[in-house]
Ligand binder design. Structure first.
Ligand code: CA
Length: 435
């Protein structure tokens, strides 16, 4: 593990920003995730979430409030996205985290100078935080892969390559949208049951996929690889992802080359990027493979990955329909699972991606694939929850859902908590379906 537990993880540390100390806040001083917001000067600024506030990092850099960071870092803090900072490497990320931690800690003597660079999170527009050059979507949950496989190939649910190779496909970066952006129901080509020919029209099986995203920090040169032992040095931080999916389009188009228009019409990302250093207290062993499973090939294996490759993030999905909002009913929780259940680790995904010499670049987004667990309430998409629509869910409004209807809002949440560490959260990844 690159990052050791240090003063920035101290569970009793408090901030002079009072809302950061409230129990249950996603953004206590131990978190300090980065985002980008529209800062009112006709430009975007990098910010740090603290309690219910956003600290304008650009303004702090301009005001020389950031001690202990070098010139390159100060310049990167004044950019309009996180790419430059992502490319600087983990030692500089760590120095910046420490610097921000001191600025916001309760005993900081110049708190008044910093306070003028806070804005209420509820008043700012949060954006996609990086210029995402390339987006890759993996398939790293064996529970998801097995469930989906069982629906379509009951005799052979898990394809023979699954336990050997981290499966993924190249997604589309241009249609990645910020949390809160409405998502239009896509049209596509589908082949209705019992019909010999396909039709074109709005998807009838609109779904979400709960995923975790990894932002690449430093990249690798084309033609070079990333050893498993160095892989996490290339990961800047994590976010929440909703990989919207049109299941009927997917079922008809996916063979032989995989997902295409069923997936690339929209992907929603959460605004805050939680750094790997903030997640250090929540590192756990990699998923325990049954004895009968193959051990990973040597390039995907290391003792360190075995011991610390996992991250324990609780992940939840909530749904609210138009009727539920009209009746003022609370959003209904569809699932609660954990990122600990992933078959492949972040390090393995990065190493595998670059293993053929493919160059990763700062700001690339690698999504995990749908995060599903073994239990029924830990399934990360409606396809699994309703078993292809055959077991509809009942909502508190009396409505049923097999797939998403227009006006439905999907909210993904993620957080980490354990005794002896501060609870930290990812905020929300929200999207509403429009007809
Ligand atoms: Ca996916």
């Amino acid at each position: 593990m690159i990052y050791s537990i240090n003063e920035t993880h101290e569970p009793n540390a408090r901030s002079w920003v009072e809302s950061a100390n409230a129990g249950g806040s996603d953004f206590p001083i131990q978190n300090l995730p980065y985002g980008v917001f529209h800062c009112g000067k006709d430009r975007a600024c990098i910010g740090v979430a603290i309690g219910d506030q956003v600290l304008n990092l650009c303004a702090c850099a301009e005001d020389n409030l950031l001690d202990g960071v070098d010139e390159a870092t100060l310049e990167a803090c004044q950019d309009e996205n996180l790419n430059e900072l992502m490319g600087l490497g983990w030692q500089r990320w760590s120095a910046l985290r420490r610097s921000i931690f001191h600025l916001l800690r309760d005993e900081f003597p110049r708190a008044r100078d910093v306070a003028k660079h806070l804005v209420a999170m509820s008043t700012v527009r949060l954006m996609v935080p990086a210029a995402i050059g390339d987006y890759t979507d993996f398939y790293a949950s064996i529970f998801h892969a097995t469930n989906v496989g069982s629906m379509f190939r009951p005799d052979n649910p898990l394809l023979p390559n699954y336990k050997w190779v981290p499966i993924g496909y190249h997604g589309r970066a241009s249609s990645i949208v910020a949390s809160g952006t409405p998502v239009k129901r896509p049209s596509g080509q589908t082949k209705p049951d019992g019909s010999d020919v396909p039709v074109f029209g709005p998807t009838k099986r609109f779904d979400y996929e709960l995923e975790v995203g990894v932002y690449v920090g430093t990249g690798n040169e084309l033609g070079t690889t990333i050893a498993i032992g160095n892989a996490e040095q290339h990961a800047f931080g994590l976010c929440l992802v909703n990989d919207w999916s049109a299941r009927d389009v997917q079922a008809w188009e996916y063979q032989p080359l995989g997902p295409f228009l069923a997936k690339n019409f929209s992907t929603t990302v959460s605004p805050w990027v939680v750094t790997l250093e903030a997640l250090a207290p929540y590192r756990i062993p990699a998923f325990a493979r049954p004895e009968s499973d193959p051990v990973p090939l040597p390039y995907l294996a290391s003792d360190e990955n075995e011991r610390y490759g996992g991250v324990d993030i609780t992940l939840e999905v909530y749904l609210s329909t138009r009727a539920m909002r009209d009746q003022r009913l609370a959003a209904h929780r569809l699932s609660r699972g954990s990122f600990r259940d992933m078959y492949w680790t972040i390090a393995q995904l990065i190493t595998h991606h670059a293993s053929n010499g493919c160059n990763l670049q700062p700001g690339d987004l690698l999504a995990s694939g749908t995060v599903s667990g073994n239990s029924k309430d830990a399934r990360g998409c409606l396809l699994e929850i309703t078993w292809k629509g055959s077991e509809p869910i009942q909502l508190p409004s009396g409505e049923q859902r097999r797939f998403l209807e227009d006006g439905d809002e999907v909210v993904v949440r993620g957080f980490c908590e354990k005794t002896g560490a501060a609870r930290i959260g990812f905020g929300e990844c929200i999207g509403m379906v429009l007809g």
